[in-house]
Design a protein around this ligand. Structure first.
Ligand SMILES: Cc1cc2nc3c(=O)[nH]c(=O)nc-3n(C[C@H](O)[C@H](O)[C@H](O)COP(=O)(O)OP(=O)(O)OC[C@H]3O[C@@H](n4cnc5c(N)ncnc54)[C@H](O)[C@@H]3O)c2cc1C
Length: 399
């Protein structure tokens, strides 16, 4: 459809202040390969419903967007259509500290949420490094942070949500009670659906008290076999382990361990870890493994060390293993040192260990989802969104 005609359609139902045609200057992290004709900033859920209904009626592609930090890895480049931003839907709807729950609009940013909760010594445990990410984007992507081992992912904290279906119907699922699901758990279906099944407008999150104490310990060695020994053993310790990460620099290996919990309990654990393994008090700077780096391996915990050993043993693999978040099962590789031969060998190692390797956005290891997996997703999408208006370019639905 011609751009001016498309803009006129939305002007019939939405105030001009919600419509932005100069897309390039408004969406920070989006590249020039994304060329929507229009960005809509709804100021209320009603505005959003109007936009979705118009898009449906005129079969105009719609792309929900939060802070755009993850958008490019979920949606292929496109020309035309409409970005629908949750930026102005950013209020707290209902905060009930005694219920350990908070209901917020989807465009609220993580840092604003944490700020509001911190007054009551409460936090939302999915600590995304990108603190400007929106709750809607986080839930749509089922995000998680460095301490996933302890706190899990966004999915675990969604008690209920409200969304607008691709046909413009308002849907509310779940609620404020811990037990609130009978039948299909639709809020969990929307969580991690990357926007293809509906536009999330509100989320009720369960929240947690901020832990009494957070401690970081470090262990440095040049001996690789010591590193793998410590990793294997630590995972079986009765400790309040929030994360275990490592980095390889020159010939040295640095292990970082984070504990969270009660003061007295952590003191005992710290003393034990120092005596038993030789851990020392840690520095403030933390190893951050980029879940979406150019070359990232994911391994089961019980084969993690074996994976490290086998990759280290490959010809030309010196300097290749860069850092890892052990408790999240991730190994980040230095992609500049990779060549096709090495990529093939690593793919084979990772396949044998039932892990995954994603290199330059492509999953190279075997998929074990069965032949019907994508079919089920596509059928579900067709029923919910018969005109395929919501993110037709979604990479989530690709084979
Ligand atoms: C420096 C940096 C660090 C990061 N660290 C982490 C990390 O530690 N852990 C992690 O998991 N991720 C991380 N990310 C990725 C990103 O922060 C998260 O995945 C985040 O949840 C995306 O939020 P967003 O608001 O930017 O969403 P966007 O990028 O705008 O959107 C992401 C996807 O969700 C869809 N979407 C957005 N809003 C809605 C909505 N309201 N309803 C339906 N669908 C919607 C979009 O269509 C898109 O498919 C990082 C990114 C950066 C740039």
């Amino acid at each position: 459809m011609e751009k001016n005609k498309l803009i006129e359609i939305f002007k019939t139902a939405l105030k001009e202040e919600m419509l932005e045609t100069n897309v390039e200057h408004n969406i920070d992290l989006l590249g020039s390969e994304y060329k929507p004709d229009l960005v809509i900033y709804p100021q209320s859920v009603d505005d959003l419903i109007k936009a979705v209904r118009l898009a449906n009626e005129h079969k105009i592609p719609l792309y929900p967007i939060g802070s755009s930090s993850k958008f490019k890895s979920a949606v292929a480049p496109f020309t035309g259509g409409v970005l629908i931003s949750t930026k102005r839907l950013n209020k707290i709807i209902e905060y009930r500290p005694d219920n350990m729950s908070i209901e917020v609009e989807a465009g609220m940013k993580i840092n604003e949420l944490q700020e509001a909760l911190a007054k009551d010594n409460i936090f939302y445990p999915v600590e995304d490094r990108f603190t400007n990410a929106t709750i809607g984007g986080q839930v749509a992507a089922n995000s998680y942070g460095r301490k996933k081992y302890m706190y899990k992912s966004a999915r675990f904290y969604v008690m209920g949500l409200e969304f607008v279906s691709p046909q413009g119907e308002l849907v509310r699922v779940g609620g404020r009670t811990v037990k609130n699901v009978s039948g299909y758990d639709v809020s969990q279906l929307l969580t991690g659906s990357w926007g293809v099944l509906g536009i999330i407008t509100k989320v009720t999150l369960r929240v947690r008290p901020i832990p009494q104490k957070r401690t970081q310990l470090e262990y440095i060695t040049e001996d690789f076999s010591k590193v793998t020994e410590v990793i294997d053993s630590i995972l079986k310790e009765q400790i309040s382990l929030a994360s275990l990460t490592f980095r390889k620099t020159d010939k040295k290996y640095l292990l970082q361990l984070e504990l969270e919990g009660f003061v007295e309990s952590l003191e005992l654990q710290v003393n034990n870890l120092k005596d038993k393994y030789g851990f020392k008090d840690g520095s403030k700077s933390q190893i951050e493994v980029n879940n979406y780096s150019e070359a990232i391996i994911s391994l089961p915990l019980d084969t993690y060390c074996q994976g490290l050993k086998e990759i280290e043993a490959l010809k030309d693999s010196q300097g290749l293993i860069y850092q890892g978040n052990i408790t999240n099962g991730l190994v980040e590789l230095n992609s500049q040192l990779l060549n096709q031969e090495l990529v093939n060998k690593i793919t084979s190692v990772v396949n044998d260990l039932q892990g995954t390797l994603v290199y330059q956005g492509q999953r190279l290891t075997k998929k074990e989802r069965g032949t019907g997996y994508i079919k089920v997703l596509k059928n579900l999408k067709s029923v919910v969104d018969p005109h395929h208006i919501l993110i037709p370019q979604s990479l989530v639905l690709k084979e």
